[in-house]
Ligand binder design. Structure first.
Ligand code: BG6
Length: 510
């Protein structure tokens, strides 16, 4: 019997750019990001055969270390953080191309010697003169590194090769600082060689959002104010501030998570279909969403934003301290560890549909999801007493247990007419039977192949900051001064429930 073709899609659709040989230079490589994320991601790419044959990783940092010693440290980290067990032989081959370059960030001699080292690696390892510079240091060093890359000539592409920049978050702390940083970046690298990281864009389900919407007929037809009652985007973490109080005290949940990750998810959910799949076409559509976001300023912040901080509580079977008792946190800190917002996108598609966004630390469960809550059926037949209020919901689980589920009403078996919600559920793990790559794997690969689709463009970052700054200004000016509290291990403050109740809605249970 002829085998049925179970793949109805064109092979061309799996077409993807190929990572090119290059030297990856990581500034601030002794930090956590390199050991927890970047090196494990590169190792897994190597194990999947996705790395280019000519690749050198140069770790640029201040501490006194040797390449051999640093490789060992990274090997331990890879064993701890890699998503697949580390194979000793593969690790040794991979690690042989990691080099430690010791220098302070402001010493021109360190950049001159980096240039020499890159030339020698290019000749030895076949990296073809391509250079990918990764700013993974403290953001306070970004300016000086960029200035030195520019003045040393390292940021200029060599003939027939490219020079690219990856910038880790946070990209500024407000609009003026993001704008200044953008200027410093632009003085050294062209925009199309600049890759601003938002690791949420590298998550498999975030990427799947576009496929769900634009490769299926049924969903997009309903994806508008006529059928959608509200949209809920949640990012919940049981973790507290951990060892990051120094950063988090200055940042808070609004700047740490909403300005970047959650606004990106909002854009992917709300944007119009792009004209094609090029980086700029997709990013043009995301920018349009940000421009249509109704600004929250002054009094409207008090009406639409809840900010809160966790107090002592009980989570995963243990007592945990309140935020103000965490090491490095001021005893009267006003930093928010939770924020819930009601947003409106004032365009044709979304007029009148509230987008509820919430993010918090020390919540009961780890989970990031986007829920499209559809309007109820008319109040006739089965919905005469409005008992089917929230029958249909499409939930996109970004993490963990990546997948998509659709909730609908069904009749319970039996003589009685009893209607219950049931779920159609798609799980990545079981449907595709393979592990989901980490976001950094995809993002590093894309930067090596020059595809900026999953990176934030300059105007995107600035629009997002402009929106966030309006909220922060109202908080600072005392126009929306209230900080609410919630015990660790609960789903946030009562005020966040009241925010939804005003629209007759409730938060989804994760
Ligand atoms: C980071 C934030 O960008 O994202 C952290 O700085 C947060 O505070 C983290 O914990 C969450 O990322 P993930 O991938 O674990 O959801």
């Amino acid at each position: 019997m002829e085998k049925e073709n179970d793949n109805p899609f064109r092979d061309g659709l799996v077409n993807r750019a190929v990572a090119e040989p290059c030297a990856l230079v990581i500034f601030g490589a002794t930090g956590d990001l390199t050991r927890r994320k970047l090196i494990p991601a590169l190792y897994n790419l190597a194990a999947d055969g996705n790395l280019p044959s000519g690749l050198a990783v140069v770790c640029f940092a201040r501490r006194d270390k040797t390449s051999e010693g640093f490789r060992e440290e990274l090997g331990e980290a890879a064993r701890k953080y890699s998503r697949r067990p580390v194979n000793d032989e593969l690790w040794s081959r991979f690690a042989a191309n990691i080099f430690y370059h010791r220098s302070s960030f402001d010493d021109p001699a360190g950049y001159a010697s980096l240039g020499k080292e890159l030339e020698s690696l290019e000749a030895r390892l076949g990296t073809r003169g391509n250079r990918l510079f990764y700013l993974a240091s403290s953001p306070t060093e970004f300016d000086v590194i960029l200035e030195n890359l520019r003045s040393s000539g390292l940021s200029h592409a060599q003939p027939g090769a490219w020079a690219r920049l990856i910038v880790e978050k946070p990209f500024g702390t407000d609009l003026p600082s993001a704008h200044r940083l953008n200027e410093a970046v632009a003085a050294a690298f062209p925009e199309d060689e600049t890759f601003r990281i938002d690791h949420y864009l590298g998550k498999e389900t975030a990427q799947n959002l576009m496929v769900l919407r634009f490769a299926n007929t049924v969903f997009e037809a309903l994806w508008n104010h006529r059928y959608v009652e509200n949209v809920q985007i949640t990012a919940s973490e049981p973790l507290g501030v951990e060892t990051r109080a120094g950063y988090y005290e200055q940042s808070g949940a609004l700047r740490d998570m909403v300005q970047n990750h959650l606004l990106q998810l909002l854009c992917l959910t709300a944007m119009e279909p792009p004209t094609d799949l090029s980086a700029d076409a997709v990013r043009d559509e995301k920018v349009k969403v940000l421009r249509a976001l109704r600004p929250l300023t002054g009094k409207s912040v008090a009406e639409n934003v809840v900010r809160a901080q966790y107090t002592a509580g009980f989570i995963n079977g243990s007592d945990v301290p309140g935020y103000r008792e965490e090491p490095g946190v001021a005893p009267d800190s006003k930093t928010e560890t939770y924020v819930a917002l009601r947003l409106h996108i004032d365009n044709w598609r979304w007029a009148g549909v509230p987008f509820f966004v919430r993010v918090g630390k020390r919540l009961p469960k780890s989970g990031t999801e986007i829920a499209i809550q559809f309007r109820p059926t008319p109040p006739v037949l089965f919905n005469r007493e409005s008992q089917l209020q929230d029958a249909n919901a499409l939930v996109i689980r970004i993490q963990p247990d990546e997948g998509i589920s659709f909730r609908m009403a069904a009749k319970m078996p039996g003589a009685l007419l009893q209607i219950e919600p049931v779920k159609m559920d798609f799980h990545y793990g079981t449907s595709f039977g393979k592990a989901t790559p980490e976001a950094y794997e995809r993002l590093l690969l894309d930067a090596m192949s020059g595809d900026a689709t999953l990176f934030a463009r300059r105007d995107e970052v600035e629009h997002a900051w402009s929106f966030i700054d309006g909220i922060r200004k109202a908080w600072q000016d005392g126009e929306a001064p209230r900080l609410d509290f919630y015990p660790a291990g609960t789903w946030g403050p009562r005020e966040a429930d009241e925010l939804l109740a005003q629209d007759g809605a409730t938060w989804r249970r994760l």
